[in-house]
Design a binder for this molecule. Structure first.
Ligand code: CP3
Length: 354
């Protein structure tokens, strides 16, 4: 009422393409190994223990926010977390490793139907704790892996550069592959919906391996499951962010998905990304994480270039084009966050809204 104007947090406003005073910024993989305080905790607990213990997962999520004035928090979990209920013998070493990968139609048929609230109850406890603890201005982002990216790990059983075995499964067992991708879509709808109900104020889908597919196979195998998830999540009224990593050639297919924000890597400048996606979609990105190893003046030039490429209109969330590298100097991250806020505020005051 009198004197109190409800102002959306800058991150949520930018996701909805509303004008902001300065460009909001957060960082892919902002909670983790480049922070000495994370490494200290990690010496005492393994990764799965950190993730499965709500007090510890909450602490790790908050660590970067204590250091930097970031505009959003991201839940400390992994994209493989929701498959814990499928009993495939998941571990991390440090990347995902499965004792029992999926290799046949029979393996797909055997997967149990388990509600996320039952298979990973700790995760929603963490979300509720964070929702209670975070300031109103710093929304919590919930996330999951996109079906094709999860499929890659489930079939290959571990990380890979080419995921040749997983891709071969697409073509040799297309029906089983579609069934598995659809099961992953259903699992993710339940998992992300429960995160939203527990207090996540935006939802992001990481499609880290989307760029392994050409546009035709992307449209045939990966996109339908992503579209199913995003359509179902529309009911929750929170911004939906989709990150098709190395997906510059896929953006034509991505532009027609039901979503608010597309996150992109640095391989295509944001002006070109926006030209393909059109004015109805916000963009998130896209500083090369390697720029954080550059001398200060070069880093600042790279940041300014991203802001310029995003253009003067609203609908830009500043981020890296992929996760922050574990050897990154936290002082460089501080420099980046400050520069994004200061430069974007200056240009907004000069007239171009952000
Ligand atoms: O800060 C955050 O962003 C929140 C936490 C988060 C983790 N993983 C924690 C983690 C997020 C968003 C992820 C996403 C994730 N996990 C992706 C998508 C993003 C991307 O990088 O493309 C992928 C492909 C994974 C799978 C995965 N998990 C890998 C390849 C690895 C090993 C190496 C690595 O990238 O860190 C993990 C383990 C993992 N997930 C760690 C962390 C902090 C390292 C665990 C450790 O401390 O040893």
């Amino acid at each position: 009422m009198s004197g109190t104007v409800a102002v959306a947090p800058p991150f949520l406003a930018a996701c909805r393409r509303e004008p902001v005073e300065r460009t909001p910024v957060w960082m892919l993989r902002q909670a983790g190994r480049y922070l000495p305080e994370y490494r200290a905790l990690r010496e005492r607990h393994d990764f799965l223990t950190l993730m499965r213990t709500p007090e510890l997962a909450t602490e790790v999520t908050l660590q970067p926010l204590r250091r930097f004035p970031l505009d959003a928090a991201i839940l400390f979990a992994d994209i493989l977390t929701p498959i814990e209920g499928w009993d495939l013998g998941l571990s991390f070493a440090p990347g995902p490793l499965l004792e029992r990968p999926i290799r046949s139609a029979a393996d797909v048929a055997r997967l149990p139907r388990v509600a996320a609230e039952e298979s990973v109850p700790y995760l929603f406890e963490t979300v509720r704790a964070l929702a209670a603890e975070l300031p109103e201005t710093t929304p919590l982002i919930g996330f999951g892996g996109a079906p094709f990216t999860l499929f890659c790990y489930l079939v290959e059983g571990k990380g890979s550069k080419s995921f040749a075995r997983a891709k071969a499964f697409l073509w040799s067992e297309p029906e089983a592959a579609h069934r598995l991708l659809d099961r992953l879509a259903d699992l993710t709808i339940d998992y992300l919906g429960a995160q939203a109900r527990a207090g996540a104020r935006a939802l992001m889908l990481f499609d880290s391996w989307a760029g392994l597919l050409g546009p035709e196979d992307y449209a045939r195998f990966a996109r339908p499951a992503v579209a199913k998830i995003l359509a179902a999540l529309g009911d929750f009224g929170v911004p939906r962010i989709y990150f098709p990593h190395q997906g510059a050639t896929l953006l034509g297919e991505v532009a027609t998905l039901p979503l608010e924000v597309v996150a992109v890597d640095w391989r295509l400048p944001l002006s070109k990304v926006r030209a393909i996606l059109g004015p109805g979609i916000a963009v998130q990105g896209n500083l090369d994480p390697a720029a954080l190893f550059a001398p200060a003046a070069e880093l600042e030039r790279a940041i300014d270039r991203v802001l310029d490429e995003a253009g003067p209109g609203p609908g830009h969330v500043f981020n890296l084009g992929h996760g922050v590298e574990p050897t990154t100097d936290p002082d460089q991250v501080a420099r980046m966050v400050e520069r994004v806020h200061r430069e974007s505020e200056r240009s907004a005051q000069r007239g171009g809204s952000r």
